[in-house]
Design a binder for this molecule. Sequence first.
Ligand code: SF4
Length: 979
Amino acid sequence: MKKHKPSFIENIAEKLGIIDNLHAEEAFEIPRLNEPGELTNYPPPEQWDDWTEYEAKSGHKREKKNYQIVPTTCFNCESGCGLLSYVDKETMKVRKFEGNPYHPGSRGRNCAKGPATINQINDVDRILYPQKRVGERGAGEWERVSWDDVLDDIAGRIRKALVEERKNEVVYHVGRPGHEGFMDRVLQSWGVDGHNSHTNICSAGARFGYAIWHGADRPSPDHANAQFILLISAHLESGHYFNPHAQRIMEGLMNGAKMCVMDPRLSNTASMADYWMPTYPGSEAAVLLAIAKILLDEGTYNREFLYNWVNWRESLAEMTRNADTPVRTTVSSVSSESNQSVADKSVHTPIEITFDNFIDELKKLYAEYTPEFAEAESGATAEMIREVAKKVGEAGTRFATHNWRSAGAGNLGGWAVSRCLHFLNVLTGSVGTVGGTMPSAWNKFKPKGFSNPPAQKFWNELHFPNEYPLAHYEMSFLLPHFLKEGRGTIDTYFTRVFNPVWTYPDGFMWIDALADESKIGMHIALTPTWNETSYFADYVLPMGHASERHDLISYETHSGKWIGFRQPVLREAARKMGKEVEYTYESNPGEVWEEDEFWIELSWRIDPDGSLGVREHFNSPYRKGEKITIDEYYRYIFENVKGLPEKAAEEDLTPLDYMRKYGAFEVESSTYNIHLTPLTDEELEGTEVDSATYLVTREGKNVGVEIDGVVRQGFHTPSGKQEFFSQTLKDWKWEEYKYPTYIKSHIHRENLDASKNEIVLVPTFRLPTLIHSRSGNAKWLAEIAHRNPLWVSVEDGERWGIKTNDLVRINTDIGYFVNKAWVTEGMKPGVVACSHHLGRWRRQQDATANRWALNQVTIEKDDKGSYKMRVVDGIRPSKTDDPDTSRIFWSDGGVHQNITFPVHPDPISGMHCWHQKVRIEKAHADDKYGDVFVDTNKSLEVYKEWLEMTRPAPGPNGLRRPLWMNRPLRPIEETFYLK
Ligand code: SF4
């Protein structure tokens, strides 16, 4: 029992009769709802089926509410954190979302975007019924149609394309993926090479830098156990795997780790760092190589790791035969010729292949990367670079690093940044160690499906064109340019969690492509809410939010491996309360479907008699010849997750019921040093060892590497080791980049004209509470952040005579946008920045939606291909069923910047290089806040300029892509060869 002492205000209110008598003895006897026990942050799972809480809104009346607590998974970023949904048993509505303590990645914690899922499911403007375009595409008129008609129409169209062997004309283009393998099954069962993704406007750059070292394309740092953490991003507030990484970085720091952050912006992360290096954008690799040089010169590298796990023999052989590195006669002659950069091959013979010679050659290779050189390039002081290098060397194997989008996504050659960052992990031997940085593949679980459709026999050159043989993912942002050039057409185009008109560069080119029915025959937008891309669809089909559908998630959040289950919580709550639901849409609002059931149903209708071989992949593994149910689909997967059946059996549960109950399962609790795993006798059967490289193969395929007489798993590369020298880059005509090196970005100072006020714009940073175009329907998040001013340093502001809130025109190579300035000490002079999350829009004819975040605009196109967009109305209060819509106090929805950027495809990784050379000027007299102008003729010119930089396929043996490099939805091997 707790006795409450009324406050002064309460006393007055009580006397005026505004509130009840708070002095009455019984008024403050608040009965406990639980027995006293240990403090806990979460309801215990044994009470999740019937959890009682006081109803906060009932005040002193102390009404109680009974909840069914059901776990699911957040979808507001890529981290896949666990959520607990509180379903009111009386109304069968979700009241709130909190963290799921049983989720191994997020461990009960969320960022602001997780609980805001409640805003999204209660969004008054969400789409509840299938919509079909009426009138011209993009005209904004829609009619409600039935799911049956929609499914039949789309299925008939796809069937026709398959029968007519137009298999590359069916495309699924996804923004935020999920479903671990589900869409691969769908597309491969259809036999189409139709997967397209958002990756090369996001992370393909950084991924390529990692993949070229060791196959796995993402880093998985063990922040919690690190001694030194080096981040090239704002990881604490907005990096990749936000909350799961942020909480582990904090653990590391609390355990005494030190942290260095490279970022031209004083982000929240930089403000927490021990060393903030406000590096000039694109110069990061120069700093990293300066650190590498210090490690090499001072001998603080990990000799054992380098010796065993780097392809140093091949690297040294290459260095000695190469004209651009010295060819030495003996080891002793090396020291006397340390400044020689090019040697005469005719008078020298290759040096002996010894490890010491390799180290000597490395030192020479990086001799020019002095801290002073790095300071001149980056602005980070040589002194700080030396200090950080010392800390890196001291941390040794406990050195955790990360670069995700950031520099890897901003710059021409951005992939070289992650490659040089990983070089430091290689030098310190912190690859895969406790406190080090693991390959992502070690920490990501891949589920096993019940049938495997065959790989497709087609290669879609709209996605993987010959100009970009090494592109890490599909060249998705060039799709409108390719269509415009007549490289192909699309018959049926699905977009899912994908809004390229707004998110991508060159959005007006997307509008041109989407509006042209001769280029895209049918566009189907699968989305819970209207967005700028769905305005140009033929069908807009409502899909469930995070808590309204099934999905599987597994990400490399830490050393360990887990699988998360996203489930429709109302469906599960109903089942728990004795009401079985056959299809998820029965428990969703309106006629909102979930994707999984949509694809199963569509696939059956494409192949009604089974003659196309599609339907068999959507038959039940438990009931011969019958359509698989969604429960059966997940039942099969969970029955085949290592350790899950046994864990479930401990509680007398089936694996599916275990996942329904807890929402996640830890497959491995730690995953260090996987490369050292010895192969079993069975695995070694029929293998042979190469006597020079110690590579172990079976029928030409790598299976491991022999180290000191033991065959170990190694890394997923041609050599089985970390690849300092990349034969791949050499073979594919990029010899100058065969070793880790610094590539000067397209926005290097040499490429800017300061006299014309040219400066680099960093447009990539995230706001911690927003997520691209997915958070516009979350009122709490929009209330926290709703504008994206241009960050300008005090020095630049003074130079240009610009003060905070002044209107400025930011000129790109294809147009301009007009924004307000924010003059701040937190920005590096010579660089400006603008977050990309804001500036959402709709035209007058478009449905009202995302009212917390959308400006109303007019868009005019002239007959020469120029577009002008102007904001005619901002955010404003309005009356709806949600009283909060009348409480909107902000009017500013920010400015759409991405649409003014030309495409900048990196010729190697295929990444769009986001940073922009811009010219800043004061706004013109007739400029208005939010104005956007773009000339699409210039868009095409810039596209062609960058296309000129490519070195197209074929590579060796007539290949269009190296066989060892993976790609999404890998087709059969024959398709890798150009005819
Ligand atoms: S970090 Fe935030 S938005 Fe991302 S999954 Fe976790 S809770 Fe959701």
